[in-house]
Design a binder for this molecule. Sequence first.
Ligand code: SF4
Length: 326
Amino acid sequence: MLPYRIDYDGIVEEVRKRGYSRILLQLPEGLKSYATEIADEFSGVEVFISANPCYGACDVEIHGDKMTVQFGHSEIPNIDYPPNVMFVELFSDAAFDAVLGEFSTMVQCRRVGLVASVQHVKKLDEAKKFLMERGFEVLVGKGDGRVKYPGQVLGCNFSAARSIADEVDCFAFLGTGVFHAVGVRIATGKRTYVLDPYTQRVEDIEMHADRIMRQRFGAIALAERAERFGIIVSTKIGQRRERLALALKDMIVGAGLKAYLIYVDDVRPEDLYYDVDVYVNTSCPRVTYDDYLRFRVPVISPVELQIALKYKLWEQYSFDEIVGVD
Ligand code: SF4
């Protein structure tokens, strides 16, 4: 059974208010096994279950005759969504007391920046109180127009962490997996820990960040020798950085090299078999970092291209983040 309380009647009312009688149900991978259960809960509307991947609020399938109802993500405030799109946020009830307790006894830092993935942002206040009662100074930063909640980080946006980086000694990320925490670590330069309420583990992600940085410097070194570049441009509403792609193309051509713009919805390494030496990824930054080893040739970020072409120094390295889209 889906472990969230959802106001299905409220959703249907909103769908009807906006003039639709069909909905397209978009679910992240982790919720797809509940798709039929969720579909059964709706009455008075026709439900179409989308079997396509859904990676985030950046990734909305839009069809004129249906209202897209995407579960599990919060809208990205600075995206201009069409009116037939709505989001159903799902906040986790998972308790952080045990991992916060462990964190409070294992770390040396006293000024802590708290960040969370959207599923856990509602736990930030409680976590802050817990740590302050144990003598920590705790800050929660405010992000830019790509994040909805204070303290929220996306895999492509760490602005909430960057906003307080100078005032804290370390970061605690409430959530699962290491990717967001690695991003916070590289974006801020501060030691970062994952506090996972499901495994009840506190993990220092230093080793993961080191591994990724070694891989990135290797990719830049390979790109320095490249002559033909494929620039990946996403068609997804919240990943499309076409202006950036065009600027990167100018930069490559200006350096006397060849560049090709490659327009794509889902970036799947097996579809990208073009005759290029390197891909420059302007779509979801996770493609660059998480899927790197699945590509036939190196994949680099826009900043990494600038370093490879000597427009930036290695010391100016930064993690790829999306602030706004075209
Ligand atoms: S662009 Fe990537 S990291 Fe950013 S919200 Fe979309 S799926 Fe997540």
